[in-house]
Write a protein that binds this ligand. Structure first.
Ligand SMILES: NC(=O)c1ccc[n+]([C@@H]2O[C@H](COP(=O)([O-])OP(=O)(O)OC[C@H]3O[C@@H](n4cnc5c(N)ncnc54)[C@H](OP(=O)(O)O)[C@@H]3O)[C@@H](O)[C@H]2O)c1
Length: 277
């Protein structure tokens, strides 16, 4: 268990991927709790629009808001932009690594270029941001949230590159949790289930039938529900934060009854493969 973070008032919250989807919802929810919000992504006009939305949630005129254009894949750019942000706004009290993406396909349909890009955004991106900002967090401590997925603890048909990247995020986070505790930095991993976001809409365009069958029937959460679950999890000092009952159940099955989960997956996949398209 981490030490819980209960008070976000005037804390600097840095959010990569904060211009859309889950990252934007987290920015809004944390602004409601009085935090200073600094969002990072690649597209300037989306950042500007997102920040206007976030600012509407402010509860105090002392709160500060900002954005920086950033590609988390680019190590040198992340070092420079995060260094400048820490100088300008002060170091993060909370760093949320939310930039990420998924393009589901069967393994044989994923070219090396896609695998490489997925790893660069989801895993290297997380490494780059943490590496750039942790030195600035040593003195005052704080929290790091790495956004993984349920695909960080269970393999799912159609997500070979994505699972590789998100299992990596979980492993990195477990180590960081042990190593950064001595600096008063707590580490959390958010593992959302399917969540209604612009990214999820894109993901749905390429899902193989087997992937669709696995997630069929599962409730799709809203980004706000996921953001509120994250804040609750941080307040309670949880390391693994899994929003929603179905996600928690899947984690329980994976840990305690992996053979049953595997059998359920196998049956669903076989059924989807036998259904004419
Ligand atoms: N939605 C789901 O069902 C779901 C489920 C489990 C886990 N997740 C994880 O949750 C996170 C957010 O997902 P989402 O669905 O909210 O995504 P989204 O709606 O597509 O938003 C992605 C955000 O990340 C930014 N981004 C993407 N690539 C970037 C890069 N290279 N550098 C900097 N910023 C980048 C995007 O802005 P720009 O494109 O302008 O850069 C945008 O702000 C991801 O890590 C995803 O894997 C999502």
């Amino acid at each position: 268990m981490n030490a819980g973070m209960r008070d976000f008032t005037l804390r600097n919250v840095y959010i990569t991927g904060g211009s859309a989807g889950i990252g934007l919802a987290v920015a809004r929810q944390m602004a409601k709790r009085g935090a200073n919000i600094i969002v990072f992504a690649r597209t300037r006009h989306k950042l500007e629009a997102a920040l206007r939305e976030v600012q509407r949630e402010r509860v105090s005129s002392d709160q500060r808001f900002g954005y920086r254009v950033l590609d988390v894949c680019e190590h040198a750019m992340v070092q420079a932009v995060m260094g400048e942000a820490a100088q300008t706004f002060g170091p993060p009290g909370v760093l949320i690594n939310c930039a990420g993406r998924a393009i589901p396909h069967a393994f044989e349909d994923i070219p090396f270029t896609q695998f490489d890009e997925t790893l660069r955004i989801n895993l290297y991106g997380t490494w780059n941001t943490v590496a750039a900002l942790v030195p600035a967090m040593y003195a005052a401590g704080g929290s790091i949230v790495n956004v993984a997925s349920m695909a960080a603890f269970m393999g799912v048909f159609g997500y070979s590159d994505y699972c590789a990247s998100k299992f990596g995020v979980l492993g990195l986070s477990e180590v960081l949790r042990q190593e950064l505790r001595r600096y008063g930095i707590s580490v959390h991993v958010l593992c959302p289930p399917d969540t209604d976001t612009p990214g999820f809409a894109v993901e749905n365009l390429t899902k193989p039938p087997e992937t669709k069958a696995i997630s069929a029937g599962a409730r799709i959460m809203t980004a706000d529900e996921v953001a509120r679950a994250l804040i609750r999890g941080m307040e309670r000092g949880r390391f693994m934060i899994i929003p929603g009952l179905e996600g928690k159940l899947a984690y329980f099955m994976k840990r305690h009854f992996p053979t049953v989960l595997d059998l359920m997956m196998k049956t669903t996949i076989r059924k989807a493969q036998m259904t004419p398209t």
